[in-house]
Design a binder for this molecule. Sequence first.
Ligand code: FAD
Length: 496
Amino acid sequence: MKDQVIVVGAGIAGLAAAIRLAAAGKQVRVFERAAGPGGKLSDFKLGDYRFDLGPSLFTMPQYVDELFRLAGEDPRDHFNYQRLETVCHYWWPDGTQLAAAADVSQLAENCATAFEVPAERIKAFMQRAEQKYELAGRTFLEKSLHQVDTWLQPSVAKAMFRIPGLDLFRSMHRVHERELGHPKLVQLFDRFATYNGSNPYKAPGLLSMIPHFEHHFGAYLPKGGMVEISQSLYQLGQRLGVSYHFNTEVAEIERTAQRVTGVRLNDGSRHRAEEVICNMDVFLAYDRLLPGAKQPKRTLRQQKSTSAIVFYWGVQRSFSKLGLHNIIFSDDYQTEFAEMEAGRMSNDPTVYINVTSKLEAADAPAGCENWFVMVNAPADTGQDWENLKRLTRQRVLDKLAPLGLAPTEKEIVEERILGPTEIERLTGSHQGALYGTSSNGKFAAFLRHPNFSRRIKGLYFLGGSVHPGGGIPLCLLSAKITGEIMMGSGNVRVPE
Ligand code: FAD
């Protein structure tokens, strides 16, 4: 009889782990509370407009391709994507614009023209981003930080030796000021802190490696939209024999004193397994699924990543100035983040607009566009979100108007609005955090929950709320690390 594994949650990490384990010969059942797979990476329709619910930026597609190859399939038979030549269109309140090319040399030229700075400065910055990634990023993102094996690797010793050059003790913003100089250029690169829901004025300078992901490995849009990532992985799991149970909520992870025995569902039924993988937000998992278990309090107390207010608009007009990804910056970035740190929404928010119908015509009727408009928000601590959503909607329209980018009320023919409380309710992330915990401290990476339980044998954790963090690529890596631990490649744990 095959080893039985249960996965709680069919988010991107749960889907990826199910594939890895089924490909290795385990019998895998996935229990998912929602009606379908994907979690934050799902989609919906409003009239004739299609919207991806959450993620809009896709980097590191190789981690998805790898899952098809593991199963002996050619990814191109099932999942396709196009590389973006222009990764983002930026606007500043004074009318400055920049279309940022993916290619580093071209990006450097774009910046040199827009800000009258030497192109070499941007190239040198991007080179340092690459060095940081090669030196520390690879090791710390692709391996468990909670196992002896990781710390015995020569690459880790090398990274530790080079710590002063990794800018761990300087904020990302300070590094950008030092290396880029021009305030708008600094703001542009500070923005990358939001890729994991962090604050550039607090997050360590090591995170200035993030642009390397977008400008070296590339930014992509899957054919059929972001949802195709989770849909194609769900179908791959089905071909490998994974059994999925939707509309099925796990109420408890059952265990003896030392090891898991299975799960109990909301309907009271019990299902036995030697191993349980939890893709639910780790904070809520301890709170709801593991009654009586000793909680790693320090880990669970870490500051949450930012949340968001998202407006999904069916717009009955086409805006030729917009591309797939667009950012309209606030006037004062530091104040915007300070407001969020204080749990408030900024009066002058940076606005992100994603329009997949620019590349996927079927996502909106002819001559119309599907706008995903996102504004960063603090995690939910009981703010009056209905009022904040109303105020923010008007601020967004006011901000877009002088740039000629605002649709009229009549042109917004479909609308749905999500705030932090809906994000928590729909996707089960504590306080509506988009990326689990923030990276706002020097040691944030080391304080994320490990991919396994230190106390309960056979219990594993993956997804955006645990190591190595949130966002699609890191969630896929969490599944890889968990799979490797479960399969026994690197299972020597750091003693408590
Ligand atoms: P989740 O997607 O969090 O799914 C967890 C699943 O577990 C859910 O389906 C839930 O229903 C299920 N579940 C929870 N509890 C139970 C239970 N008790 N029983 C059964 N099932 C349960 N990332 C990017 O890379 N690029 C982006 O552009 C980007 N933008 C984002 C924008 C928004 C608005 C949001 C919300 C997120 C964004 N992210 C982005 C982050 C990214 O979506 C997440 O990091 C990632 O999708 C999280 O995946 P996960 O595997 O942790 O699972």
